[in-house]
Design a protein around this ligand. Structure first.
Ligand code: NDP
Length: 479
């Protein structure tokens, strides 16, 4: 065979990835279960580069140069397993199967182990940037063996987004590392979007402003610390008018957020790893809450008059309020990223992936949904101090937080006072205050646990574990 790389699964993502590869000069073998997709790709885009189409999987495999590199871009879950099972007998020692779908990292670890047993490399690869990214340059997070990256690296680095001459692709670590960091990326994306949504809600309610005015505020924010793709498209969405009703688009959209599951996976993993990713968890739960239409209607009826008689919210100093919300958003965002990077470190420790967090920040600067100016600062923070205990304490971020604290407190206070749900703002402030607190009431929890369950406690003044005879003479003994 002569093709340098192959793509099987030519729905929107696979098709765009194949076109991106061809446009960058690679000879691309293409295949899809139903051949129409293969033919239409070549018919519509054959002039963009060199495609080698096949109708059967065996012809597809035969059209590849060795070691073969096959990208699988089919529906996640059972279809991915089905395609892998079909591929394995057709491949030879040293060939590489790349799963660019949104797989759970546990599945990737299982598949990697199974294929290793067949002498094959399996590379679970996170790809961020959606359809457009796949075509024009995504952020690519390949896991798998270092050896497989020797073949894939030069190809992926060429088709990835480029920022300041650096490709948004690097080898993340063995087996499931790539899909793990992609999962956390999506979790951070959930938190970022929830924080933006809360900022919008505060501005809309606090200022009584129309979406179009708030769009301008976000546009202004996009030239400062918050500069990012998500802030930019927030202005775009808020500024959009519904053609049918001439009302602000955001007002005609049903207010129930959906999810495909990567936020949930992130939170489940964080619970297992014991990492308090409160921002991502609140963002995921906020989406769930929004979907509980019946409960929302019942609660709205039951508590319709709860704030009756309360003073209405009148923001007297408009500019100060806007700046407060901006600072609260920025500080909360630092917390969300700090938590996400903590989870990546915990996953890396748990599975021996040796993930380089600074390097990871580099490849999220372009192509992906959370791309932001801010990621350069994250890279700098980890370059300066690879064992940084929390991103929050890196000097640049510590300053962003410190400068924002009074605003953050005012915004969370206003939200509580005027009944605006701001769970991500509030929980990130609580996380910050919890982390920096001298003494936590966790001491009382330890006392309770010892009281009802003899779970023991440690003392501040002596080593070892202790138990108090709560039901007896209250004497203390070493446990
Ligand atoms: P879909 O997830 O809609 O999957 C459709 C493709 O899967 C078609 O090529 C279909 O073939 C193939 N397929 C389904 N079942 C089988 C099977 N049993 N055997 C062989 N082929 C099968 O495609 P998308 O392009 O939307 O997404 C592909 C992957 O990328 C998914 O894992 C998805 O989660 C992920 N994704 C990632 C995004 C990102 O930003 N990274 C965005 C969107 C998706 P046929 O044409 O014959 O039906």
């Amino acid at each position: 065979g002569t093709a340098q790389i192959g793509v099987t699964g030519l729905a929107v993502m696979g098709r765009n990835l194949a076109r991106n590869l061809a446009r960058n000069g690679f000879t691309v073998a293409v295949h899809n279960r139903s051949a129409e997709r293969t033919h239409s790709l070549v018919a519509e885009h054959g002039d963009e580069g060199t495609f080698v189409p096949s109708e059967s999987l065996s012809d597809f495999v035969a059209s590849l140069e060795r070691p073969r590199a096959v990208i699988v871009m089919v529906k996640a879950g059972a279809p991915t397993d089905a395609v892998i099972d079909e591929l394995v007998p057709l491949l030879e020692d040293g060939d590489i199967v790349v799963d660019c779908g949104n797989a759970h990292y546990d599945d990737t670890r299982r598949r990697e182990e199974a294929l290793r047993g067949h002498g094959l490399h399996f590379v679970g690869t996170g790809v961020s940037g959606g359809e457009e990214g796949a075509l024009l340059g995504p952020s690519i997070m390949p896991g798998g063996s270092a050896e497989s990256y020797q073949k894939l690296g030069p190809i992926f680095e060429k088709i990835a987004a480029q920022v300041d001459g650096t490709p948004c692709c690097r080898h993340i670590g063995p087996d499931g590392a790539g899909h793990f960091v992609k999962m956390v990326h999506n979790g951070i994306e959930y938190a970022d979007m929830q924080l933006i949504a809360e900022a919008y809600d505060m501005l809309r309610t606090g200022l009584g402003a129309e979406p179009a005015e708030i769009a301008e505020i976000f546009t202004g924010w996009n030239s400062g610390d918050l500069e990012s793709f998500l802030i930019e498209i927030t202005a775009d969405v808020l500024g959009h008018t519904d053609a049918a009703t001439k009302r602000p688009f955001v007002d005609i959209v049903l207010d129930q957020a959906e999810q495909k599951g990567t936020g949930r996976w992130t939170v489940q993993s964080a619970l297992d790893l014991g990492v308090p990713i409160t921002g991502i968890a609140e963002a995921t739960f906020a989406r769930s809450l929004s979907g509980h239409a019946d409960q929302r209607a019942a609660a709205a009826r039951a508590f319709a008059d709860v704030d009756a008689g309360a003073a209405p919210w009148a923001t007297d100093d408009r500019e100060t309020f806007i700046e407060d919300v901006r600072r609260a958003l920025y500080a909360s965002k630092i917390v969300a990223y700090a938590q996400g990077f903590d989870q990546i470190q915990a996953g890396s420790d748990e599975y021996d992936w040796n993930v380089d967090r600074g390097g990871l920040a580099t490849i999220w600067r372009g192509g992906c949904i959370i791309r932001a100016r801010f990621l350069d600062r994250i890279r700098e923070a980890y370059d300066e101090r690879p064992d940084l205990p929390s991103l929050m304490v890196a000097p640049y971020f510590a300053k962003g937080i410190t400068d924002g604290v009074p605003s953050w407190r005012r915004v969370v206070g206003d939200a509580a006072r005027y009944g605006i749900p701001a769970p991500a703002f509030a929980s990130s402030l609580a996380y910050f205050d919890g982390l920096r607190r001298d003494r936590l009431p966790a001491a009382l929890i330890q006392g309770l646990r010892d009281n009802f369950g003899a779970h023991t406690y440690r003392r501040v003044d002596r080593d070892g574990a202790f138990h108090t005879q709560w039901a007896g003479d209250r004497s203390e003994s070493p446990a």
